[in-house]
Design a protein around this ligand. Structure first.
Ligand code: KG4
Ligand code: ZN
Length: 342
């Protein structure tokens, strides 16, 4: 079964063709990163407008690169939430139109759940039950995948997502957007023990919290810059040396990864999963990847970096597993759900 996946929930316009949920035939991502970088974050109206301009050529390329015509496509899967409403609308309306014109079954899927399914595009696929850590710019969730229909939420962030913390810390210490990759690069030259940040306690030990860590890094950066808590955050970076920035990046990253690993180890002890996987943009972080390999060995899974950040291959992969036990949605009934939860 060949599924065309379509993803437009944020600032990536993406289309991909995946066979049987596991075989990647094409994966096209048009990133708007450079456009939004000049504003220091995603501007929703600009994102939606760019999706309109690029969606058709992106889908055309995904079909061409998979050597497929519409006759070869068995179904369409599209992200219907969560995400930016204007961006989601472009993807869902495009998918609805294509499903109607080419008479294809249409499966609307949850973007956050789909992130986990990037791991099914890698051989060997994770064995079930699997413990999954979804870490992105908008989400930090610990999930038990019992089977492809049962995704049980074990814990989630009580405030900021971990990717958001990477992005905000990067901004304070003057590293370019997006913060995740910038922090990783800077951390290579820094000492992870230069600054000590405490790990948060949460009522549910499998929940997360990152706002305290974010503030602690800001306070440490203000102090290193020779000021106190009254020094405006936008003045901090200019007063830091390159080494101080590297040390702050390394110390923050080490603490963030330790918080994530602590939760994984706790849930691993409690649920004894057959495999452990990470997903979402922050799963591209090399330090987190090394840590899960170190702690969980062969049971640890992660996808190539390009499949961790937003893409449509994960949408098509999850679309396949979803289609095994769900009916397609009539195209007129596919809506967008910007705040869709699990
Ligand atoms: O999954 P994603 O592409 O979009 C969302 O659904 O949010 O995740 C984007 C997030 C951003 O916060 C970005 O800074 C972070 O993933 N990220 C990273 C790395 N690459 C991307 N965080 C840490 N280390 C990285 N190498
Ligand atoms: Zn995402």
């Amino acid at each position: 079964m060949k599924i065309l996946g379509i993803e437009t929930s944020c600032d990536e316009t993406a289309a991909a063709v995946v066979e049987n949920g596991t075989q990647l035939l094409s994966n096209v991502v048009a990133s708007q990163m450079e456009i939004h970088a000049q504003y220091g974050g995603v501007v929703p109206e600009i994102a939606a407008r760019h999706h309109i301009d690029t969606i058709q050529p992106v889908i055309h390329r995904a079909l061409t690169e998979a050597s497929c015509t519409w006759d070869d496509i068995d179904a369409i899967a599209v992200t219907y939430g969560p995400g930016l409403i204007g961006s989601l609308l472009v993807g869902t309306l495009t998918a609805r139109t294509l499903a109607a014109v080419h008479t294809k079954p249409l499966y609307p899927v949850n973007h956050v759940v789909a992130h986990m399914y990037a791991n099914w595009l890698v051989d060997p696929a994770p064995a079930l039950p699997a413990l999954a850590l979804i870490v992105s710019g908008g989400h930090t969730q610990l999930v038990l995948i019992k089977d492809h229909e049962q995704h049980i939420l074990l814990g989630q962030t009580q405030d900021d997502a971990v990717g958001e913390a990477f992005d905000k810390v990067a901004k304070v210490i003057g590293l370019p957007y997006p913060g995740g990759p910038s922090i990783t690069k800077a951390a290579v030259h820094g000492d992870p023990k230069a600054f000590t940040f405490t790990k948060p306690k949460t009522a549910n030990p499998l929940d997360f919290s990152f706002s305290g860590l974010k503030t602690a890094v800001l306070r440490a950066a203000q102090k290193a810059a020779g000021g106190d808590h009254t020094l405006p955050s936008y003045e901090v970076a200019a007063r830091l040396t390159a080494q101080q920035k590297h040390d702050l990046a390394a110390s923050f990253q080490a603490t963030a990864v330790a918080i994530l690993i602590d939760r994984l180890r706790l849930a691993n002890d409690e649920y004894s999963p057959a495999s452990i996987l990470i997903a979402g943009g922050v799963a591209a972080n090399s330090s987190l990847r090394e840590a899960i390999k170190y702690h969980f060995g062969d049971r640890a899974h992660y996808a190539p970096m390009a499949l961790c950040t937003d893409n449509a291959a994960m949408i098509a992969a999850y679309g396949y597993f979803y289609a095994q036990s769900n009916k397609p949605t009539p195209y007129t009934e596919v809506t967008t759900e910007p705040s869709l939860s699990m």
